[in-house]
Design a protein around this ligand. Sequence first.
Ligand SMILES: [Mn+2]
Length: 197
Amino acid sequence: MSRKASISRKTNETAVSVTVDIDGTGTSKISTGVGFFDHMLDQLSRHSLIDMEIETSGDLHVDDHHAVEDTGIAIGQAIAKALGDRRGITRYASLDLAMDETMTRAAVDVSGRPFLVWNVAFSAPKIGTFDTELVREFFQALAQNAGITLHIQNIYGANNHHIAETCFKSVARVLRAATEIDPRQQGRIPSTKGSLA
Ligand SMILES: [Mn+2]
């Protein structure tokens, strides 16, 4: 059973097309027009092992906000579609991820219930030309549209590039673990309710 899906989404602000393969090898082809964001999405794919093809054309003359948020929406929708009824998945995962001086914790429940708990503070409004507040916007859109409960906490760190990057890498790793098929589930939906939809 393949867990692949594509989403195309067009508004007056952006056009986004996303293809994901949950059971991939972490291969990606990403073009959003926002360099730092491409770098982060590359990490998300590489460390989740979810293959991602992402093409976004956005109203970057306004700012990066719509491109980042709408890309998050489309990735989330594609992941939800690819997961289907979430049969056989591991469902839960958490991880503390270190990168140089920074430590970030992510925990996920691939529950069908969208929720983001965001406990991350940046000490500067920008990383290069990228607005640091957009990191939260991305994960809000992802959690909402993928139907996952996602908690992200920066435990400590000084460098804002590292803080952002550990958010993407830790979420990548917990997504990988939680969406992995658990053979002991024997194809059951891991909920006493019988539904994660
Ligand atoms: Mn980096």
